[in-house]
Design a protein around this ligand. Structure first.
Ligand SMILES: [Zn+2]
Ligand SMILES: [Zn+2]
Length: 261
């Protein structure tokens, strides 16, 4: 299985998963034009996308899901609560994600199926899920849009070989940001986003022996920097004696590396 972040941040999120002959997107929060450009940069045509999995209804995750379904034939999987939303309603094949459950997707060519588990996250859009994807005993975890590092999350998200984890903001930069007070309160609230320190707390509980690659995602462009997020992640990995873990920062504007899980 390979994971390639196409875009990450409040302007749009999408991650390409290639699993044998199966191609899927986790979130499709860019405009269709931008999403097509990113897919082409990853050498994938939108027609090749078999499934789109949506973590939640916020438009920075869901924006073009319905179009990928209608125009290109992908099956869209989303929480039942958002099935009437304009972002997905036009998809001819719409499936309800089991929240806090699991399901399998067939991989063509007699390959093992891909197992997908959804883990509910505290975020101001109900429901919001993290995803745990397992194929041929390799696991990738995608966890963004999480308000706080709830302690029951660790056992549900553990065992990843590759993890995309939210490092959203640095509180000092939030305090001096141009954001209105209401938005600052929303982001830093219990159902907003993870600060670098909160992400460190969750990360310290999630690093298992199998983890080899960590991708820092959903960084705010105004209240965080790649350098701050990287140094926070490295500090935690160092404390755990795990500086061997490869760390990447997902970009809002550029397609990331195609990472093997
Ligand atoms: Zn988001
Ligand atoms: Zn969100």
């Amino acid at each position: 299985m390979h994971v390639q972040v196409l875009s990450s941040g409040s302007e749009g999120n999408s991650t390409l998963i290639r699993c044998g002959e199966l191609t899927l997107l986790v979130d499709a929060g860019l405009s269709m034009r931008a999403l097509t450009e990113r897919l082409e940069a990853a050498r994938v045509s939108p027609k090749q996308v078999d499934h789109v999995l949506l973590t939640h209804a916020h438009l920075d995750h869901a924006r073009s899901a319905g179009i990928v379904g209608k125009r290109h034939g992908a099956v869209v999987h989303c929480p039942e609560a958002m099935m009437q939303n304009r972002s997905v309603a036009r998809a001819p094949e719409l499936c309800a994600l089991p929240i806090g459950g699991a399901f399998e997707l067939e991989v063509p060519g007699g390959d093992e199926p891909l197992l997908i588990e959804t883990i509910p996250l505290p975020h101001d859009c109900d429901p919001t899920v993290a995803l745990r994807l397992t194929h041929r005993e390799r696991t990738a975890v995608i966890c963004t849009d999480c308000g706080h590092p709830r302690h029951d999350l660790a056992p549900l998200l553990s065992g990843a070989h590759l993890m995309l984890l939210e490092f959203n903001y640095q509180p000092e930069l939030m305090a001096t940001s141009p954001y209105p007070a209401k938005l600052r309160k929303r982001i830093s609230g219990d159902r907003g986003h993870l600060s670098n320190a909160q992400a460190q707390e969750l990360l310290s509980e999630l690093v298992g022996t199998e983890l080899h690659t960590l991708v820092l995602g959903h960084l705010s462009q105004k209240t965080n920097t790649p350098e701050l997020a990287l140094s926070a992640a490295r500090e935690t990995l160092e404390a755990l004696g795990r500086l061997d873990v490869e760390v990447h920062v997902a970009s809002q504007h550029e397609v990331g590396l195609n990472l093997e899980v």
